[in-house]
Structures are given as structure tokens and as C-alpha cells.
Design a protein. Structure first.
Length: 356
């Protein structure tokens, strides 16, 4: 086989479907088309291009004229960069113990960002002003990292949602302590679709200072975007992005993807579809003996416990992850390209496995 045939052949079985992560899906066809259109000719590197300039305008239309967009490569980079821009060297961040920055980023906030995390256990992945106060103390004590920021995730790692009022209460409480508010919005579009509101209402207008806006989980090839919602709260983003190795030379290709999402309603269509598929899956498995949902299904995730051994056998047909192996809890994620047929086939496999 020559080189050209290797490049044109698919190296995977495209009929295989799964529920492990919304990162497993491919690229939305509209995004691929946009990348092709952005590929012609030459554009100035490092963000001084027409696509990134247009992205600034579109971000402002969604989040307010003060909002500033900083495209980056990935979610971990977006989170670390956001938090660094909010904090002095002695600053600490209060977050849920289940937060991605605490569990799934391999110490990047601590090792790369030099940031102390102050995790708080929660039952549903959500912080409250009362929970924040468990770690928001010790200001002026030179022996304690100073709690100067709060990080919340929307939607959370447990698939739950903050309401607009809950976010506003957290922001008011944090700001009252002199703390700043970061939102990890890896699944921000799913939250907006579920809440039935625009993006600004539960971010800028609710008092969030800085946002990590996810694209990869909503159909992009790669790329996330840090959105500074309150420029007075964030310092040094231009320099920190380069220092953190998150400055793309060919930034037009990240910006073009976000334009495809945000300059129309693709972001909302894709997220709403993923949410609807999760609701369909929840409804399909809820009556199966042996399947016990453990969290509300409010976005595009379903959490449930299964009998011992069932998950491993089901994974021979459909890939998904354990969430808490000690109690048999699993997570099933839906994506923009999950189909009703995917859901029905998976639910049938669960029923067959559990003898329903």
C-alpha cells in the first residue's frame, strides 16, 4: 500500500459507537467545512488574522462588549491560564472535590500554574456559599495560602446544573470576600441548552469573572477559548498564554471553528441534541431492574450504578467509563452525533445483560 492510500484509508471501524466521552465523537461536518474555507492563502500568525478579529466581535455579542477572547489549545490549558490570570503567587482556589482541575488535570494547576487548590466535598458536584466558606478563611494568615478565587463547573462533572440564581449567589458571596470567580465551561453549551437561556445570563450577568469556554466537547476538532468577562479581574493574559504554551501560531484554525459554532446556532443545536439523547437514555434505562441512576440527568450525562460485572460485559459492545468502581457507578456521555438508534441499541444491550 502506497503512502497516499494509507492517508485515505480509515484506520478504525466507523460503525463502532460508545458512551465514554463526548471527546470520542468526530468533528461536526460544518466545522470541517469551515476549516477548509479558512485554509486558503496566508494569514498573519499568532492571532492577528481576520478570523480571530471576527471572533472577538462574536464573543462580545454573546457575553457583552467588555468580553475578550483568548483561543487556546485545550481545556486544561484554558483552566490553568484563567486561574493564573486571577491570582497572585500566594493565591488559592476553592473548588468542588470532583472538579476537573482537582481530579483530571494531573496536578497542572499546582505544577504549571503554581496554584493551591482547596477542594470541598459535594454530593452533586455543585458549590454553595456555605460550602465555599469551609475553605474561604484565613485571610492575612501568612501560613495559609490565601483563598482568592472560586472555580465552578457548568455543567458539573456529575452532569448537574447550576441555576442562574445559584451562580449569582456564589459570585456575590465570593466577591464579598474579595474573591474572583472562574467558570470551567467545558460543557457550557449543554448548560445553556438545558437552562433555556443565552450564554451571557449565567456568566457575565451572574457575576462570573473569567470563563473557560469548551469547544472540543461540542464538535470542534481541537480548541477551547478563555473568555475574560471582567477585564479588571484578570491580569497578564497576553503574556501568560505564551508562557503556558497555549499560543497557537495558526490561530485562525481555532478561531474559525468557534466562529462556526457561535456565529449561528450550531453551538445550541449540537448541545441540545446531546442533552436530548441523554434524556432518552435515562428514560430507556430507568425502569430496568439493576440500573439505579445516581444523579439528575440535566445535561448530556447519565450516571448510574450497575450490578457487579455488568459494566465489563457491556463494554465488550459499547465503550464507557467507571465513575466510582467501588460502588459500581458508571458514566454514560452523549454527543452531538449520538443517534436515537445508538441509544436504543445500548438500552437493549443493558436490558439483555440484566435479564430484563
Amino acid at each position: 500500500m502506497n503512502d497516499s492510500s494509507l492517508l485515505s484509508a480509515s484506520l478504525h471501524d466507523q460503525s463502532v459507537r460508545g458512551f465514554a466521552s463526548d471527546n470520542y465523537s468526530g468533528v461536526h461536518p460544518e466545522v470541517l467545512t469551515a476549516l477548509t474555507h479558512a485554509n486558503g492563502g496566508h494569514q498573519v500568525a499568532y492571532g492577528d488574522d481576520g478570523y480571530t478579529a471576527r471572533l472577538q466581535e462574536v464573543i462580545a455579542s454573546h457575553f457583552g462588549e467588555q468580553a475578550q477572547a483568548f483561543p487556546v489549545f485545550n481545556g486544561t490549558g484554558a483552566n490553568v491560564l484563567s486561574l493564573q490570570s486571577l491570582l497572585p503567587r500566594w493565591g488559592a482556589v476553592v473548588c468542588a472535590s470532583t472538579a476537573h482541575i482537582n481530579v483530571d488535570e494531573n496536578g497542572a494547576p499546582e505544577r504549571v500554574g503554581g496554584i493551591k487548590l482547596l477542594p470541598v466535598p459535594t454530593g452533586d458536584g455543585k458549590l454553595t456559599p456555605e460550602l465555599i466558606d469551609r475553605e474561604a478563611w484565613g485571610w492575612g494568615d501568612e501560613h495559609r495560602a490565601q483563598p482568592l478565587a472560586v472555580s465552578i463547573t457548568q455543567s458539573t462533572e456529575l452532569g448537574t446544573l447550576y441555576t442562574v440564581d445559584e451562580i449569582r449567589a456564589i459570585a456575590e458571596h465570593a466577591h464579598g470576600h474579595g474573591m474572583k470567580v472562574h467558570m470551567d465551561g467545558a460543557r457550557l453549551a449543554n448548560a445553556a441548552a438545558a437552562l433555556g437561556t443565552d450564554l451571557r445570563t449565567f456568566t457575565t450577568d451572574a457575576g462570573v469573572d473569567i470563563l473557560s469556554f469548551g469547544g472540543t466537547k461540542n464538535g470542534l476538532l481541537f480548541g477551547e477559548c478563555v473568555v475574560v468577562l471582567n477585564p479588571e479581574a484578570s491580569q497578564g493574559m497576553t503574556y501568560l498564554r505564551k508562557m503556558n504554551m497555549q499560543l497557537a501560531s495558526k490561530m485562525r484554525f481555532i478561531s474559525a471553528q468557534f466562529l462556526t459554532l457561535l456565529d449561528g446556532d450550531l453551538w445550541l443545536r449540537s448541545a441540545a441534541h446531546a442533552n436530548a439523547m441523554a434524556a432518552r437514555l435515562r428514560s430507556a434505562v430507568e425502569g430496568i431492574d439493576g440500573v439505579t441512576p445516581t444523579q439528575p440527568t440535566q445535561a448530556n450525562a447519565v450516571f448510574a450504578t450497575l450490578p457487579a460485572g455488568a459494566a465489563d460485559r457491556l463494554r465488550q459492545q459499547f465503550r464507557f467509563y467507571d465513575w466510582d468502581e467501588s460502588r459500581g457507578e458508571v458514566r454514560w456521555m452523549c454527543s452531538f452525533d449520538t443517534t436515537e438508534e445508538d441509544i436504543d441499541a445500548f438500552a437493549a444491550a443493558i436490558r439483555n445483560e440484566l435479564g430484563a
